[in-house]
Design a protein around this ligand. Structure first.
Ligand code: A3P
Length: 348
């Protein structure tokens, strides 16, 4: 039989142990979290967090909405190393695929990484930019969310898109970029001399329709080909601007993200209102990759973190004539886009 005093002392010991455990729970969580981060994200730089900071899965407060093949993975990759950022690595397609969207915001939140209140959770799904329903759905989740949109010269973007699509079709002989660009369907429609219009401001997309009069292949650009269509940024932007004020969307110049990453990342940090961290010391241009990578250094070693083989692929050579026509085609469309965002980039 246990006496009352000894029962009481048992109770005291157990409650003190529970108290100590609960008090240290946050510390333990932080240690587990930091080790996980070190092992899986290779981000040993993450500083130790105060016990008062509570980790939970939170809805993103910033989203990279696009544009496909403009450097969206590079932007997310760079941001991952910032101590105030938590990223969702895979593209989740929550706002662009109804069957996923219907799972609800609770499900979406459960896919997010653990973060504290001071951190920014960010995901990227480039197809949001071209999806009709995405702006409205994102607005309904959080009208104050910060949006990041990477854009690059649409001519390079189109070639990159083409390279990606042929890399997936390993079983067939790939059609050349030029061939796909001046598609036979469009050639056929040109021969009856009805100038086709694209759905953007009645801009006539082919300037050489008269060529068919003299029997020359008119070579009109196939704007129904997604590689071309997605580069008409202004077409998609209008919908975003009907939900979000211009200053809630930060446009990253994808060309500059390659040439001067730390400068661009400083602007991104300002936009996200986070501390300056991604200085030039964090970047190194990898000669074999031909792209900037992240360099993490500690007392004993230094390691480069580059994107994988599916990013930074070799592009095919495209004829000067094709390039000139594409530049001609995009020029007024780029200008229109620059006017809408009140900024212009060198590739206009
Ligand atoms: P290519 O592979 O055609 O060169 P996204 O991530 O949006 O799909 O964009 C892919 C493109 O990002 C790549 O296209 C590459 O040009 C560009 N890019 C920008 N910065 C990069 C980096 N640091 N490493 C690799 N690719 C980068």
């Amino acid at each position: 039989m246990i006496s009352f005093p000894s029962l009481f002392s048992y109770f005291l010991v157990i409650s003190s142990l529970s108290y100590l455990f609960l008090a240290k729970f946050n510390i333990i969580l932080n240690i587990i979290y930091s080790s996980h981060n070190f092992i899986f994200n290779n981000s040993w730089h993450n500083t130790y967090l105060e016990p008062s900071q509570y980790f939970e899965q939170r809805l993103p407060t910033a989203i990279i909405i696009g544009v496909k093949k403009c450097g969206t993975r590079a932007l997310l990759h760079f941001l991952k190393f910032h101590p105030q950022i938590k990223i969702l690595g895979p593209e989740i397609h929550f706002f662009d695929r109804s069957q996923i969207y219907n799972k609800g915001l609770g499900w979406y939140r459960k896919q997010m990484p653990f973060s504290t209140e001071e951190m920014i959770t960010i995901e990227k799904t480039p197809s949001y930019f071209v999806t009709d329903k995405a702006p409205q759905r994102i607005f309904h989740m959080n009208p104050n969310i910060k949006l990041l949109c990477v854009v690059r010269d649409p001519v390079i973007r189109a070639i990159s898109d083409y390279v990606q699509s042929i890399s997936k079709k390993t079983d067939q002989e790939p059609r050349s970029f030029d061939d796909l660009l001046f598609d036979a369907k469009i050639y056929a429609s040109a021969t009856n001399m009805t100038p086709r219009k694209i759905d953007f401001n009645n801009y006539l997309f082919f300037k050489n329709a008269n060529a068919s009069l003299i029997g020359v292949k008119p070579k009109m650009i196939d704007t129904s080909w997604s590689a071309i269509k997605i580069g008409i940024y202004a077409n998609y932007l209008a919908r975003w601007l009907s939900y979000f004020p211009r200053d809630q969307i930060f446009f990253v110049d994808g060309e500059k993200l390659i040439q001067e990453p730390s400068h661009i990342m400083e602007r991104v940090e300002n936009f996200l209102n986070i501390t300056r961290y991604m200085t030039w010391k964090l970047f190194e241009f990898d000669k074999s990759k031909k792209f900037p990578c992240i360099k993490m250094t500690n007392a004993s070693r230094s390691k480069l973190y580059c994107l994988g083989n599916t990013k930074g692929r070799t592009h095919p050579s495209v004829s000067n004539d094709t390039l000139a026509r594409l530049h001609n085609f995009y020029e007024p469309l780029n200008l229109r886009f620059f006017k809408m965002i009140n900024t212009s980039f060198d590739w206009g």
